[in-house]
Design a protein around this ligand. Sequence first.
Ligand SMILES: Nc1ncnc2c1ncn2[C@@H]1O[C@H](COP(=O)(O)OP(=O)(O)OP(=O)(O)O)[C@@H](O)[C@H]1O
Ligand SMILES: [Mg+2]
Length: 553
Amino acid sequence: MSQRMQGQPMIVMSEDAQRVKDKDAQEHNITAARAVADAVRSTLGPKGMDKMLVDSMGDVTITNDGVTILKEMDIDNPTAEMIIEVAETQEDEAGDGTTTAVAVTGELLKNAQDLLEQDIHPTAVIKGFHLASEKAREEIDNIAEQVDTDDEDLLRKVAETSMTGKGAELNKEALSQIIVDAVRGVTVEDTVDLEYVNIETQTGRAAGESELLEGAVIDKDPVHDNMPTSVGDAKILLLNEAVEVEETDVDTEVSITDPDQLKSFLDREEAQLKEKVEQIKATGANVVFCQKGIDDLAQHYLAKEGILAVRRSKKSDIQFLREVLNVNIVSDLDSASEDDVGTGSVTRDDADELFYVKGGDDAHGVTLLLRGSTDHVVDELERGITDALDVVAQTVSDGRVVSGGGAIEVELASRLRDYSDSVEGREQLAVEAFADSLELVPRVLAENAGLDSIDTLVDLRAAHEDGDKRAGLNVFSGDVEDTFDSGVVEPAHAKEQALSSATEAANLVLKIDDIISAGDLSTDKGGDEGGAPGGAPGGMGGMGGMGGMGGAM
Ligand SMILES: Nc1ncnc2c1ncn2[C@@H]1O[C@H](COP(=O)(O)OP(=O)(O)OP(=O)(O)O)[C@@H](O)[C@H]1O
Ligand SMILES: [Mg+2]
């Protein structure tokens, strides 16, 4: 080996490693990113279709939600994962607009690729995109309309726009009212705290029967038949300790030699349980929601005391009850006192087998009880509702909204084209490419609605040239109209967020000119997850990576 090294480039990477450089690296990355963007495009807008995702366990998700699709897709490509992060950031920061953010990222990269092919240096593209994104954010603020956050009518429209095209759409009138009421219920002086909104789902009834309830809904049964099921003047204890015999730390073996010994052993256990029930009683509680187990015998004692007890409550339910009742969660009965008990009421809904728990006068917290015929229906309903809650909350706290149906994007594109005149050098082309990328939104909205996307864009541009800032596409009629008036309204913040994360992700991808991978770039890391069929080096792992560097270097 040492002789052969003379005059040869030194190989510092392992034989399995792959390296792709310069144009090839950019092409590889852009292709991967665009593949991800293309995967969600068809779901954009009211006429977007849904996707059915089947995971490796055979569980099925049917959804229109961009971020959900990408998270479930089991993508195993580092660049593609960066694009998924765009969707995740959008979900965290804005709650809605994940499909838009990803689709725009893909389009930015597609247009960047054209520029790179014209030998424009990536740094010029990056700089131009950055300038355009800054300008676009500024213009969103100029275009956005400040609305009265008490305007329920408008808030309902914001909720409906976000629900359109999702499972929630069919009942959007009823649901948008519930959402607006929920947000109002947790708003104090324009500060919205969605922590106080809990979502509970139930299958078996129609989505239109969903309702908003004050306080919490607990989907559990009492532990014992002889317990009260409804308690009007409830003193409620939240417990995170098992009402069971305490297990010894060490495994002890008790060998019993005569019946008396057995009896005293059992007596001791009984006394311990009785003691715990006494402690509960001493706090004054007549209702206990326990996150852990309750022993059969303890259940019996509790029933005898007339205390309603529920065991193995969900952690999230207990935490929400803490907010509703404004009490502590007790994790050690030895130190529990009257102060740990919250007042309120507990009502049993026998038909649905639910408890409704309301807090006292100073209580806050509401529950959206979502209903749907099957699990798949309620799950998609819940995703649509959480998006709508987020956008309504944003509108209440921020007050700025823009017109949807592509109106904001076309207006921004037109302003960016004007702005590009003032940009020097190659960057100007990148600003124009950025403007073109924004118009992807109305194009795809049209495409998904079966309309001619070029005609639509021409009409939209003409309307905006005439100064009609709110001209967007009505996907149902195919007409260009004032979408603000027709109620297609979205929070400005979500659009700003979508543009900045799309730009950052695109620029991140464009800046890479060298990919050095410890393994093969095109296949699964795991191997047994049934990656792409025909994924090239099937037996590579076992064969010691022979020829691993061949194609790449
Ligand atoms: N009635 C409507 N007419 C025209 N366009 C509409 C209408 N309702 C919504 N839109 C547009 O649809 C787009 C939003 O579509 P969609 O909700 O499928 O994607 P998203 O919000 O980007 O992502 P996701 O909801 O999956 O997180 C926005 O551009 C919005 O303006
Ligand atoms: Mg949406």
